[in-house]
Design a protein around this ligand. Structure first.
Ligand SMILES: Nc1ncnc2c1ncn2[C@@H]1O[C@H](COP(=O)(O)OP(=O)(O)OP(=O)(O)O)[C@@H](O)[C@H]1O
Ligand SMILES: [Mg+2]
Length: 273
């Protein structure tokens, strides 16, 4: 299987506010020495409590942020060594879906515009081709091409996440990074969106980085899992192995915690405004 993503020794620290006016600037090590690989067609789950560095990892993989150390290779290219125009071209190959679909959709424009936006990076695609690709992407996520003319607020939460996924796949990427893609949805919607992601993955041979604090979802969705704790990957391996025979005490404690289990997440999710 071809390797789509690899991280080797990746670290990122953020400066925190000074405690005293002229004191040293404290640093927060959000990610420490992270290494992983992900192949075509495979789903790697990233789990860990809030603040463990999951979204930091996702932002670095997407090239939205740069590591202080280490190397990130996407589709064989070191994304932090690529000149901007080449990174823009490579961008079609890796896309992201966020927890909040509003984040990637422009509230003032029909969603078809937002779905088409990633295609603008490829000057070879003319307007009719872009329209065709948007219509295809809408159908792939179970919506109608005509839905492209609607505005984000005209969709339900689940439909809006479908639109965000259409934007994520419209360039026909090889890697999809999904950061808590269903945690803002109610449980009945979660299953539909997860099935959609699995179907798309099978059809497109997508490699997926699936970030979630819900271990049951990860067990269902992923082939392998990496457990993060305070910015470090403390354990990784096939999902069944890590969850049924965790080697690390931290993984065992995570498995025992109520907030990482679906039943409790449901309440949490439903209480989210
Ligand atoms: N731009 C930033 N500046 C300063 N600190 C940051 C920044 N981004 C993240 N952090 C800190 O880095 C740590 C890791 O954050 P991150 O968002 O990666 O966690 P997470 O695992 O995604 O958490 P959650 O499950 O809550 O989404 C946190 O302590 C966070 O406060
Ligand atoms: Mg996060």
């Amino acid at each position: 299987m071809s390797v789509v993503l690899s991280l080797s020794g990746v670290s990122r620290a953020y400066p925190l506010p000074r405690r005293r006016l002229l004191g040293p600037r404290p640093m927060l090590q959000a990610l420490s020495d992270a290494s992983l690989t992900l192949s075509a067609g495979e789903t790697l789950g990233i789990v860990g409590e809030s603040g463990s560095g999951k979204s930091t990892l996702a932002r670095l993989v997407m090239g939205f942020d740069r590591p202080d150390a280490g190397r990130i290779t996407v589709l064989g290219q070191d994304i932090n060594a690529l000149p901007a125009p080449e990174l823009r071209r490579l961008r079609a190959g890796f896309q992201m879906v966020f927890q909040d679909p509003f984040g990637s959709l422009d509230p003032r424009r029909p969603v078809g515009w937002s779905i088409a936006e990633p295609l603008l990076a490829d000057p070879a695609l003319d307007a009719p081709t872009r329209r065709k690709r948007v219509a295809e992407a809408l159908e792939q996520v179970g919506l109608r091409p005509a839905d492209g003319a609607k505005f984000p607020h005209q969709f339900s939460g689940g439909q809006r996440q479908r639109v965000a996924i259409a934007r994520g796949i419209v360039t026909r990427p090889r890697l999809l990074v999904a950061d808590e893609p269903v945690s803002a949805l109610d449980v009945s919607m979660q299953g539909q969106i997860l099935n959609l992601l699995s179907d798309l993955q099978a059809q497109m041979g997508l490699a997926m980085l699936f970030i979630s604090h819900d271990l049951a979802l990860v067990a269902h969705q992923c082939d392998r899992v990496a457990v993060m704790h305070r910015g470090r990957i403390v354990e990784s391996g096939p999902v069944a192995q890590v969850f049924s025979h965790p080697r690390e005490s931290y993984t065992r404690s995570l498995l025992a915690r109520p907030e990482t289990k679906s039943a409790d997440n449901r309440e949490l999710v439903n209480n989210t405004p």
